[in-house]
Ligand binder design. Structure first.
Ligand code: AMP
Length: 272
């Protein structure tokens, strides 16, 4: 991978990169198409990164289908698919981690200890191996996008980070590899995340500004759907992720909800 990247750079080609955990859906493919538009050569990595999963999380069950992924990526025109093994990424002697201090504290960082340390560490390693000029990340993982941007700026990485809008199913459910965990009945309930984002935007348009009241309404709405359990419903500053008590300017509404055993996340930047 490294010698291919050196070679491409020597030829003056711009390398676009899309890091993924595989099991592709339209969201992944949209990121790849965006990278194709912006770069001469597109590299996609498929790596289910063990160090970003907690001990009770779904690392083992995480869906995998490399053959299908390769076919879909080829159809989009991806040039290189990079599929390292956990053993080569993390040999026995491995002991260095990267951590973004503040942005990783709230939201998913609070609920998944060590998750973002795993994400930043693997992304920095992948950036050093693939040597991209730009990398495309989905805004579905909004906090991840901010954390990666912070790391790139703080560590002076010579790389542009592009955020791509959330790709949704026809009924609004954000596409996710984890949606395969949903039963038919749970799949119906799963639309409550997107509906809650729309409900919040509607309430704000009507003049509701108080976050405590908005939260109560949204929590009731989500829990009125069977199989749901709320992990968090948070209103925060869209750049710093600091919690807000009132909606005055653009506000990130971030949701994490268990539907059955699937932990789903979604978000929107709401405007008063
Ligand atoms: P994953 O394979 O889930 O780690 O995701 C790989 C990349 O695809 C990340 O940058 C995600 O944010 C992005 N992504 C996943 N789902 C979506 C979606 N529904 N819309 C846009 N980007 C997404």
């Amino acid at each position: 991978m490294k010698s291919w990247a050196d070679d491409a750079r020597q030829k003056g080609l711009r390398i676009g990169f899309v890091p993924t955990m595989g099991y592709f859906h339209e969201g992944h493919l949209a990121l790849m198409r965006r990278a194709k538009e912006l770069a001469d050569q597109v590299v996609v990595s498929i790596f289910v990164n063990p160090i970003q999963f907690g001990p009770q999380e779904d690392f083992r069950q995480y869906p995998r289908d490399l053959e299908r992924d390769i076919r879909l990526a080829q159809e989009v025109g991806v040039d290189v698919i990079f599929t390292p093994e956990a053993q080569e990424m993390y040999p026995e002697s491995f002991q260095t981690y990267v951590e973004v201090a503040k942005l990783t504290k709230p939201l998913c960082g609070a609920r998944r200890p060590g998750h973002f340390r795993g994400v930043t560490t693997v992304c920095l390693k992948l950036f050093n191996i693939v040597r991209p000029h730009l990398a495309v990340f989905g805004l579905k993982d909004y906090q991840q996008y901010l954390v990666i941007r912070r790391m790139v700026a703080d560590l002076d990485l010579d790389l542009e980070i592009i955020g791509h809008p959330i790709v949704r199913e026809a009924d609004g459910l954000a596409m996710s590899s984890r949606n395969v965990y949903l039963s038919t009945e749970e799949r119906k309930s799963a639309t409550c995340l997107y509906k809650a984002l729309c409900l919040a935007q509607e309430k704000i348009k009507q003049g509701l500004r108080e976050v405590s009241l908005l939260k109560r309404e949204l929590e009731q709405f989500i829990l009125s759907h069977p199989y749901t359990r709320i992990d968090y419903v948070e209103f925060c500053h869209p750049e710093t992720l600091e919690p807000l008590s009132e909606v005055r300017g653009p506000t990130l509404l971030a949701l994490a909800v268990f539907v059955g055993k699937a932990r789903l996340i979604d978000n929107a930047v709401l405007k008063p």
